[in-house]
Write a protein that binds this ligand. Structure first.
Ligand SMILES: [Zn+2]
Length: 320
């Protein structure tokens, strides 16, 4: 077994789905010393219990990477453990719990001894320990000090930070009109052919606001948060990744990037959008189909619901 001189560092990709988090995770996973794990929040149900495919194409239970991680972290995967983690998730890892988690985080930073308070903190601790063990085992198996979790949910980032996990959040934002357009599209999951969730523009707008405000609050509580825009990532991938790598303390070795494309190797991502299965050369093209495809009324509704944050993130009110 190799001895790693550094502790495991967790890069947590946060934001609302359809904002480019899976693409960013795949690109980060190509950097030296980084390993992409997929959406770990869904690993317990979709990987351990449902045995869905890993990003390498093998069923989760047959993937050599995850077999080793499970052995090292828990002495093997078990349905009981996965169900316990899911039960804890239902109790502590909820968007509506973010204000309480923020208070815990503030108290912990102030040294107010939150670990003496019962139930919630005990459950939070147990929940976070499962993630911590998984991250450490994955770092050891991959021999990478940095693990990338693209779980996205602000509430999980709060849980990890409040429980003392060394987490650096990369907050990915995208124009809410583009995100709303994407959530209206009907796409089948490659894992089982079942259509992915479809949301109305109003619902997407509310989720967009909630997740982004949650991650803003996390930054206010002192957790390291680096914000990047989907549009900048696709517009200037090398510059954006170099800046991000510098902030994460990772060597910006970008040999996998070409002119408007990237060369991706196999990644053992446990869950995520269909992009996680891509291997080889992929185009890095901004998807601007919403500009012509989304009905003006839908765009106006999204703008009316999200404009304060939309302007903060430099998305123009009027389309050029
Ligand atoms: Zn795999």
């Amino acid at each position: 077994m190799s001895v790693r001189p550094q502790p495991t560092r967790v890069v947590f990709l946060g934001g609302l789905g359809r904002s480019g988090t899976t693409l960013l995770e795949r690109l980060l996973g190509e950097l030296p010393g980084c390993v992409a794990l997929g959406e770990v929040v869904h690993l317990w149900a979709r990987g351990v219990l449902a045995d869905e495919a890993c990003g390498c194409g093998e069923p989760f239970g047959a993937c050599p990477f995850w077999l080793k991680v499970g052995d090292r972290a828990f002495g093997g995967w078990s349905a009981e453990r996965a169900e316990r983690v899911l039960e804890l998730r239902r109790r502590v890892d909820r968007t509506r719990r973010i204000p309480g988690l923020a208070r815990l985080l503030a108290e912990e930073r102030a040294g107010a001894g939150v670990w003496r308070s019962p139930t919630v903190t005990e459950e939070l601790g147990e929940y976070a320990v499962a993630y911590r063990r998984l991250y450490e085992a994955a770092a050891e198996v991959a021999d990478s000090p940095v693990v990338v979790d693209s779980s996205k949910h602000a509430s999980l980032a709060f849980c990890l930070a409040a429980a003392g996990v060394d987490v650096h959040v990369v907050h990915v934002v995208r124009d809410p009109r583009a995100v709303a357009y994407s959530w209206r599209r009907r796409v089948a999951r490659p894992e089982d052919g079942v259509p992915m969730t479809v949301w109305s523009p109003a619902r997407t707008s509310l989720h967009w606001l909630t997740q982004n405000l949650g991650l803003e609050l996390l930054a206010r509580e002192g957790v390291p948060v680096t914000r990047i825009r989907y549009e900048d990532l696709l517009g200037s991938p090398a510059r954006t990744l170099r800046r991000l790598a510098a902030g994460l303390g990772v060597r910006p070795s970008l040999g996998f990037l070409g002119d408007g494309e990237a060369e991706l190797s196999v990644a053992h991502t446990a869950s995520g959008n269909p992009m996680r299965f891509a291997v080889g050369r992929i185009g890095l093209t901004r998807d601007d189909g919403w500009r012509t495809g989304a009905p003006p009324r839908q765009r106006s509704l999204v703008t009316a619901l999200t404009w304060p944050l939309m302007l903060k993130y430099d998305y123009p009110w009027r389309l050029s």
